[in-house]
Design a protein around this ligand. Structure first.
Ligand SMILES: NC(=O)c1ccc[n+]([C@@H]2O[C@H](COP(=O)([O-])OP(=O)(O)OC[C@H]3O[C@@H](n4cnc5c(N)ncnc54)[C@H](OP(=O)(O)O)[C@@H]3O)[C@@H](O)[C@H]2O)c1
Length: 324
């Protein structure tokens, strides 16, 4: 088969579409004939040699894919050759075939094209596990989503709105119309506006009940200030750095919590549990048309370098890589 290899880490041109050995599905695994994968921010770091795949993961980039079941390994039940699926991966999605633990597979939701389904697993699992399962977002609460135009952000806005929360989001101004269409009640231009002041203004001074943060250090202090009493801040990205000072006094007074999680390094059993929760709770919202994949571009796998440049630039939602 062919896959995107990274013979020498570096810029987007480090990605090389090359012949590689076919994967074999081991016990408990399913072989997926990949129709599409999607570019995630982590792939840009992996390409630069800054985010090596976890032990046992395929060497090629790609944290999610969609396609058709090509074979099932020993001990797998419930999946059949020819079935359309999408999957959460530890790597290896930028390829014509990938072997996946069966617990990380999902059916393609009814009404979603099999190619576009590649835009869903990573964002659905990350956003649901943090915003719903960890932070416990409830209807009527206010959710602040940083980076609303990202793959993660476009999904978080839709999920928050579908669950009955008021969603505020930060993004550059050119993306605001799209984010309101997705369900954001108000979009904040983080380059021109003070997001803490805007959150207070939109919540009658209360603050946000849940904040989904991708910036890390550079936003920590402001995020804690923007939290409501009993608020929950979940950090999933460190685009603004990893080390910062935390004012515990502010947390104590607000009885607030700060958490940080990563999905990729979780053991397969935890990933399977999250995938099951997403299948039960998020897939019905997609099938009801309340959440849809937000696809910025679809490009052939061989043009992965262009796709990475797009994700490093000014995109909204996901950039997909297709095998046909
Ligand atoms: N922990 C986990 O398990 C996990 C899983 C998946 C993703 N993530 C993280 O989630 C983040 C989003 O991932 P992705 O693949 O969806 O990324 P992406 O599509 O590449 O988007 C990155 C976003 O960052 C935004 N941004 C940059 N500076 C900002 C600032 N100062 N304030 C607010 N937004 C800012 C950009 O928005 P503008 O264009 O509007 O500037 C852009 O939309 C990444 O940090 C990624 O590492 C974490």
């Amino acid at each position: 088969m062919r896959a995107i290899t990274v013979p020498k880490p570096g810029g987007p041109d480090a990605l090389v579409w090359a012949d590689v050995p076919d994967p074999e599905p081991g016990p408990g695994e399913v072989l997926v004939e990949v129709r599409a994968s999607a570019v995630n921010r982590a792939d840009l770091l992996q390409r630069q040699g800054l985010y090596p795949p976890p032990a046992g993961a395929p060497a090629y980039p790609g944290l999610e894919c969609s396609g058709v079941v090509g074979a099932v390994g020993p001990g797998v039940t419930g999946w059949e050759v020819g079935q359309e699926v999408c999957a959460l991966l530890s790597g290896g999605g930028y390829a014509e075939r990938v072997a996946v633990p069966a617990g990380q597979l999902l059916p393609v939701p009814a009404g979603v094209d099999v190619v576009d389904a590649a835009a869903l697993p990573e964002v659905a699992c990350t956003v649901w596990s943090n915003v719903v399962r960890l932070a416990g977002l409830r209807a009527g609460e206010t959710l602040l989503v940083h980076g609303g135009g990202s793959g993660i952000g476009t999904f978080a806005i839709q999920l928050g709105a579908a669950l009955g929360a008021t969603v505020l989001t930060t993004a550059r101004a050119g993306k605001h119309d799209r984010l309101r269409e997705l369900g954001a009640a108000y979009a904040i231009d983080y380059r021109e506006q003070d997001f803490v002041a805007e959150v207070r203004r939109r919540t009658d001074g209360r603050g946000a009940d849940v904040i989904l943060d991708i910036m890390g250090a550079s936003y920590l202090d402001r995020n804690v200030t923007a939290l409501a009493t009993g608020g929950r801040l979940v950090v999933i990205g460190m685009q603004g750095g990893r080390k910062a000072e935390l004012d515990l006094g502010a947390l104590l007074t607000k009885r607030a919590t700060v958490a940080a999680t990563a999905l990729r390094s979780r053991p397969p059993e935890e990933k399977a549990e999250i995938v099951r929760g997403v299948w039960d709770e998020v897939w019905p919202l997609i099938e009801a048309g309340k959440i849809r994949p937000v696809v910025d571009h679809r490009l052939p796998m061989a043009e992965a370098a262009t796709a990475h440049r797009m994700v490093e630039g000014d995109h909204v939602g996901k950039v997909l890589l297709t095998t046909r």
